[in-house]
Design a binder for this molecule. Structure first.
Ligand SMILES: Cc1cc2nc3c(=O)[nH]c(=O)nc-3n(C[C@H](O)[C@H](O)[C@H](O)COP(=O)(O)OP(=O)(O)OC[C@H]3O[C@@H](n4cnc5c(N)ncnc54)[C@H](O)[C@@H]3O)c2cc1C
Length: 400
């Protein structure tokens, strides 16, 4: 029996971990290199709604769908669309059958823990930043870790997000700023400490839209509400001391502390005549505000086959969050890549089969997310989004 291929996965995000898990289900070992020092080193961010056709399908291939159900929140499918006067323009409730809208929410931390807990001990090598990659002789790509160690592999998968170190082996494409920045903040223990905000947001998501900007809020499973202020702004704006800033794909830079009170005031000044209940989302938030300039790779990004190397998730098809698709696609990519590697003895045949299905799927989602980004920042965004949500849910019969 031939030895299994040496599979190195760079990045323990939803995509990389799903790949490792589905490989494991098929008896194929892999090694994940992750720059975070540990599973708890960094706040994983807010909540994700997992689509039946992508995120949930990936979990099914991973054998984790049943374990996912009790961790998920179907009620998180509740959605409110508001104007800047806080009047509710549309209120969608999840169906009463408890199945949500087919996209139950799960906190990112819970999802990561679920995937991590399903992997053999030692699969993830924490605190291992991949510094460089090279094609290597005879199609055996090599990666170099920050401590100088070199690792030769048979398959190298870049699951390392927006600013992938693996991508340059395959493509010259780089993420481009979309013209939109998010600033995100947190409110803790909302039902007790911020009941008015809790009431305004409800059990799921709230979008307030006006003046070509937005205040978005989503309830997390841990009594928190995560808030995103979304504005059209030059990229430098988020680097201008308004807030702490997020490094590429990473956490706030602790060496760059903006004065949180001053940052809040500057942000609030962008929403001067918005209802006080909505402004409270920013005013009452706690801890640092984190700026996230939103970048995207070109729609339809693809590459020619390079022996033994491929990409998945944001590394392959970074898109704005306006289609709510990025993590879902990353997980489906990971699952399908694992299935292809399990199905084909020849590695190039497997990588080719995976990419052939992934490229058009990613292109369609990237186009949708770019279109939605434009919609969210139109002067009459509230009407556009209201019509779009009504059309989308009409077939599903959500309560309104
Ligand atoms: C504000 C916002 C809201 C979003 N909301 C949604 C949503 O509701 N639904 C949805 O589906 N998607 C959403 N997304 C998109 C989603 O977050 C991403 O698409 C998803 O996380 C991509 O997963 P990934 O595994 O490809 O990469 P990532 O999650 O970025 O994981 C990459 C991993 O690689 C590691 N890494 C990076 N570089 C290296 C290196 N050199 N060496 C070792 N490790 C490295 C990182 O530390 C990280 O752990 C949202 C994004 C944003 C910004």
């Amino acid at each position: 029996m031939s030895a299994p291929p040496r599979i190195a996965i760079v990045g323990a995000g939803p995509g990389g971990l799903t790949l490792a898990r589905v490989l494991h289900v098929h008896g194929i070992p892999s090694t994940v290199y992750e720059l975070d020092a540990s599973a708890t080193a960094r706040d994983q961010g807010g909540t994700l709604d997992l689509d039946e056709e992508s995120g949930q399908r990936a979990l099914s291939h991973a054998g984790l769908l049943e374990a996912f159900r009790p961790l998920s929140r179907p009620e998180g499918g509740e959605l409110r669309l508001l104007g800047k006067d806080a009047d509710v323009s549309l209120h969608l409730l999840p169906p009463e059958d408890g199945g949500g809208n087919g996209r139950p929410e799960i906190d990112r931390r819970a999802l990561r823990d679920l995937l991590l807990g399903s992997l053999p001990e030692g699969t993830v090598h924490w605190g291992q930043k991949v510094r460089a990659v090279a094609p290597g002789p005879a199609g055996r790509p090599t990666l170099t870790l920050a401590d100088g160690t070199s690792v030769e592999t048979d398959v190298l998968v870049g699951a390392d997000g927006a600013w992938s170190r693996v991508r340059p082996l395959l493509s010259d494409a780089e993420p481009v700023y979309t013209g939109v920045s998010f600033v995100d903040g947190l409110l803790n223990d909302v039902d007790t400490r911020h009941p008015a905000v809790a009431e305004l947001v409800g059990r799921g998501s709230m979008f307030a839209l006006a003046d070509e900007k937005g205040l978005f809020a989503q309830r997390n499973g841990d009594g928190r509400i995560r808030v995103y202020a979304a504005v059209k702004a030059p990229e430098e704006w988020s680097r201008s001391g308004l807030t702490d800033r997020s490094g590429p794909g990473g956490p706030a830079d602790p060496a760059d502390p903006a004065d949180p009170a001053a940052a809040r005031k500057r942000l609030l000044d962008l929403f001067p005549d918005w209802d006080e209940g909505l402004r409270a989302l920013i005013a009452d938030s706690e801890g640092p505000l984190v700026a996230r300039p939103i970048h995207a790779l070109p729609i339809g990004h693809r590459w020619d086959r390079v022996p033994g190397v491929t990409l998945l998730g944001d590394a392959a098809h970074l898109m704005s969050p306006f289609a709510g698709a990025g993590a879902n696609l990353a997980m489906l990519d990971g699952a399908e890549l694992a299935l292809a590697l399990a199905a084909h003895d020849d590695l190039e045949t497997a990588l080719n089969a995976y990419e052939t299905a992934m490229f058009p799927r990613a292109e369609e989602a990237a186009r949708q997310s770019a279109d939605h980004l434009v919609d969210f920042f139109q002067p009459d965004a509230l009407r556009i989004l209201r019509d779009a949500f009504i059309t989308m849910t009409a077939a599903g019969g959500a309560d309104r």
